[in-house]
Write a protein that binds this ligand. Sequence first.
Ligand code: DGY
Length: 323
Amino acid sequence: MKPKVFITRAIPENGIAILKEHFEVEVWPEEREIPREVLLEKVRDVDALVTMLSERIDSEVFDAAPRLRIVANYAVGYDNIDVEEATRRGIYVTNTPDVLTDATADFAWTLLLATARGLIEADNFTRSGEWKRRGIAWHPRWFLGYDVYGKTIGIVGFGRIGQAVARRARGFGMRILYYSRSRKPDAEKELGAEFKPLDELLRESDFVVLAVPLTKETQYMINEERLRLMKKTAILVNIARGKVVDTKALIKALKEGWIAGAGLDVYEEEPYYNEELFSLKNVVLAPHIGSATYGAREGMAELVARNLIAFKNGEVPPTLVNK
Ligand code: DGY
């Protein structure tokens, strides 16, 4: 008999097709997230579970799933999973690194450039007919943005995604600063990046990109005090997790001009709505789509499948996160 896997959302078909060769597969078919009580019911007889970052996987889920041996998160971040508890219970936890690195780094740059140049405001101005209504073809002071080429970028978190952001920054002739728990001498050499303590990085950077995982140490790392260290002309980009930034302080910073703008893909709660933040013109907002390319999402689906198949074959899954 094939082992049973429950997948909490319709991931790309390539992953599901591979899994079907090895597992009895059930997929939650709805667009909305699976209600908690349904999840607890569905896991009762499964050996493996594929989860999204929107599901909290904790003791309650493990208690409801006596046969569960592996949780494969369809994301590189796994702050939604109590890994310590899973480890204690002998349950593998895996994630999807590498396959989404370039897509996510590209998106950090999308936000950076769109915020620096006021792209969304300009798009609204054009498509709403306001440009035509004004009857002015070109104005020397309209839509002035911030220069990017040759400026200083500060990258907070210098793992795969942080380094991929830096690699792109080289093409923009930038000075590259980074902050991370530990020094990365190889990356420093390859990318010409300089390590800086966080406060110094914030003081010196024109663009600050957050690429850290959410942990006890990084939660609200960017708070009021730290936002006040940044340049008035600086732009903050968050492609990590919303809770790395104190949103109240960020709104204050954006309204009072301590910083020039922010490009955000992630929020303290998701889905998110905040009239005060959303009414600001110096922000560019996306609904957590950093890894949302066909290639990355298919790569993630395949990696999930590879992890589960390794587990089924009695091998250590390739991207295990338990310590
Ligand atoms: C992740 O993988 O952690 C992203 O936030 C979603 O792809």
